[in-house]
Design a protein around this ligand. Sequence first.
Ligand code: ATP
Ligand code: MG
Length: 210
Amino acid sequence: QRTDGNGKRRFRLGVMGGTFDPIHHGHLVAASEVASTFDLDEVVFVPTGDPWHKPAAQQVSPAEHRYLMTVIATASNPRFTVSRVDIDRPGPTYTIDTLRDLKAARPDAELFFITGADAMAQILSWKDIQELWSLAHFVGVTRPGHVLENVGRDDVSLMEVPAMAISSTDCRRRVAGGKPVWYLVPDGVVQYIAKHRLYAAGQQARSSTE
Ligand code: ATP
Ligand code: MG
């Protein structure tokens, strides 16, 4: 429903969840395209909390680094914001908690959860899926190398976005291998990665932002 009880247009809030380790232009283009197509007033990027259950080898960078890179990448867009709800909540991140917290903070907003084709393929296995459908409209976007599957629900939209063959995994590998990530991630993120020596070969990211 596009209007509230008084006929007033409801605020349309996009939600872009991710590890953002680091955030790259694939994330930003997806958010921008969905915002344009669905006439969103704002897209909030929500970096996930630190997973405490993963082995060191697949450890993600500390949440504070991922949060700050997300802030840097989105700062120039007046409709993009960043939320700390997932990084401030202890334990692993489940989308159901993200949406519950955002809904509580913005009770009047209509939520649009944005997910790439790879995440969309797993969505039916997500925690509390029935409640998820009731909290947000889901928008699945195309991603090179993945098939965007139709989950067979009216409240799930699928849309094509400009193909960006970029992943955070590839960006981390490139940095570790001494290859550039210019133009794959925003300029400020390139500089943030260098400044804090993130993803350098044989080196764990520091646990503080120094
Ligand atoms: P990693 O390689 O570490 O998994 P990633 O590039 O997949 O990183 P995530 O933070 O895992 O990035 O993704 C967050 C969300 O953005 C997911 O819904 C994912 O499908 C979507 N996404 C990531 N990259 C792209 C892209 N290039 N095009 C479209 N959607 C993307
Ligand atoms: Mg991913």
